[in-house]
Design a protein around this ligand. Sequence first.
Ligand code: GLY
Length: 346
Amino acid sequence: MTNSLLIGPDALPALANWLRQPAVSQVFVLADATTARQCYPLLKPHLPETHHVIEIPAGEEYKTLSSCECVWNSLTEHRADRFAVLVNLGGGVVTDLGGFSAAVYKRGIRFAQVPTTLLAQVDASIGGKTGIDFRHFKNQLGVFQEPAAVFIDPQFLATLDPRQLKSGYAEVVKHWLIADAAAFNEQRHQGLFVEDWTPVIRESVAAKQQVVAADPLESGPRKVLNFGHTVGHALESYLLALAGREILHGEAVAAGMVCESWISAQRGLLTDTELDRIETFLFSVFDKIQFVSLEADAIAELALQDKKNAGSTINCTLLQGIGNAIFDQPVTVAEIAAALRYYHRL
Ligand code: GLY
C-alpha cells in the first residue's frame, strides 16, 4: 500500500514536508501542458527551490512510449539517481504514465501522485496501476507499482471544466454502488453541488482502497471496480473510434452503470425499486448518450474485446443489491445489446 496518503487542503504542505526527507536527492515534476499552466503555480510554493519540470503535451493520445522517453531523457540528463523522486501532477494520463516511467527508471524510483482531476483523485492515483497505451490499445504496457505517496488537494478541482468534473463523479457513484450503500443513500441528493469535496473524496478513496487491499493484483475481487465499464468501454470505443463521436470516460461509465444495473435486475439481483433509484439518480446528473437503437448490436460486439474477458465469455460485474457487487458474471452479447436498447428507450 501507499506509504502516505493525504486528502484535503493540507495536502500540499504535507507534500512539502515529505519532500524534505534527507533521502530525497532530486525532485522532478511531471505535468502536461494544461496542468503546467493551471496547477503547477499552485504546487510550486510547496516544492524545494531546486526542482526540474518535465512537460508533456496534454491528452490521451500522448500516453505513449515517446512521452515516457521525454521523462527518462530528463531524468538521465539531470543524472537522477535512485533517490530522486518524480511528482506526477495531473489527471489519469499523467499519474499512470509518470508512475510507469518512475517504476522502470533504474529499476524503480519513488513517485508521488498529485492528482488534479476528480477521476484521478478517486480512481487513477489509487491502487498502484500504472501504464501507457501502445498501438492504440489502452494501458497495453504497465506495471502494478504503488506510489510512495499520494497528495490529494480538492482546490485543483476548481481548474476543471464542469464536464470533466462530472466525468470523474461517475467513479464516485460507482464506488457507492459497489461498496457503500449508505453513501449512495445519503450523498446522492447533493449531486455535483458539493461545497466541500474533501469528505466525498475521502470516502470514495477509502472504498477503493478496501477493494484493492483484498486483491492488489486484480486476480479476482478487484474486478468489482469494473462495474459499468464492460458496457462503458464498448460505448466509448464505438463512439470514439468507429463513429468519431466525442464522449468522456465517465459519461460512458454512467451509461454502462445503467445497462449493467438493468442486467442485474433482469437476473433478480436488484429489485425494480433499486434499479429505478439508480437510473433516476444517474439521469439527474448525466445526459443520455445518443445512439440509434440499430447500433446496439455493434456496440455490444465490442464488449467481447475487453481485456478482462477470458476467451469468448464476457465477464461482467453486476450488482447484488446497492452497495454490493459480484464479479466474473458471464453475460452474452445479446444481453448487452438488450441492455443498450433498454437504455435507449428510457
Ligand atoms: N480503475 C480500476 C482499478 O483500479 O482497478
